[in-house]
Design a protein around this ligand. Sequence first.
Ligand SMILES: Cc1cc2nc3c(=O)[nH]c(=O)nc-3n(C[C@H](O)[C@H](O)[C@H](O)COP(=O)(O)OP(=O)(O)OC[C@H]3O[C@@H](n4cnc5c(N)ncnc54)[C@H](O)[C@@H]3O)c2cc1C
Ligand code: FES
Length: 285
Amino acid sequence: MANPLQLRAEVLANHPEGAYHRLVLHAPGVPQRVRPGHFATLAVGGPGSALVLRRPFAIHRADPQAGTIELVIAPKAAGSRELAGARVGERLDLIAPLGTPFPLPEQPVSALLVAGGYGSAPLFALGAEIRRRGGRIGFVLGAAGTGGLYGADQARALTQDVLLLTEDGSTGLAGRVTDPLAEAIRAIGATVVYACGPMAMLRAVSEIAVAHEVRVHTAVEEAMACGTGICMTCVLPVVGEDGRSRFVRSCTEGPVFDGARVRWADIGSVPDDLEGAAAMGGGLR
Ligand SMILES: Cc1cc2nc3c(=O)[nH]c(=O)nc-3n(C[C@H](O)[C@H](O)[C@H](O)COP(=O)(O)OP(=O)(O)OC[C@H]3O[C@@H](n4cnc5c(N)ncnc54)[C@H](O)[C@@H]3O)c2cc1C
Ligand code: FES
């Protein structure tokens, strides 16, 4: 797990971008600890609020010189809507960085970075780091419609290998990120895929990568309560290197997992063959 700080971060800017809001937060001491794939949690609602749980968000950018981190927020329900409406000068209770980041290749590699919607937020810093290490990158970014795509210009600033898809065909190709994935892997000779987005997308991306014998690292978005490894809310079944499956906390061991090891079909259930799970079974089914 990362080495997080808790502090009251000042909102320096709140930029509406398509369907999202990009929050720039002054969080001294945090940016130098951030690696691509880390996330932050924010308290919502203020003291006495019924919104007890912090809300987790991937860290989009971290600037050690400016002492800032940036988050991309999709206003969905009470907590995220409040954060999307944060005013400049407001202070937000922040814990960051959290989680285990994307593994970085030792050698220069060709990597395909695949995202659905705001899932792209942590991938640009990752792409820049892979390039800095002499690697090649390509992006496949998708969303339901144009407003849901995030960061096409940031992707183009890093590489000319950018494929955009929308399900309604309003921007780029019509379809889902998985449609051209096999071809995109071949086109840039990718040996590793990094993916972030909805669970169903991550499952499909992992299956395609495995079928093409390409490594796949997925940043999952499992519901979280504590975000720090205490409550076991965020567990999902993962096959260990010893071949045995265990529930693994996505807030500490994740959110990045080897997509080939996640038992996507069993997420949300308690399979009998999980280490330790059979003993809990009677009470949970
Ligand atoms: C690692 C990670 C990265 C994320 N990155 C982003 C991002 O970059 N941008 C973005 O817009 N969103 C991101 N999300 C999703 C974001 O956290 C949720 O959309 C947000 O928490 C919704 O809050 P809400 O109050 O609007 O919604 P609500 O649905 O009202 O509240 C959701 C709250 O309930 C909790 N919750 C839901 N189900 C359960 C459960 N079964 N048990 C316990 N608690 C539960 C959630 O953790 C959350 O705190 C990320 C989530 C994770 C886990
Ligand atoms: S959210 Fe509590 S252990 Fe992961």
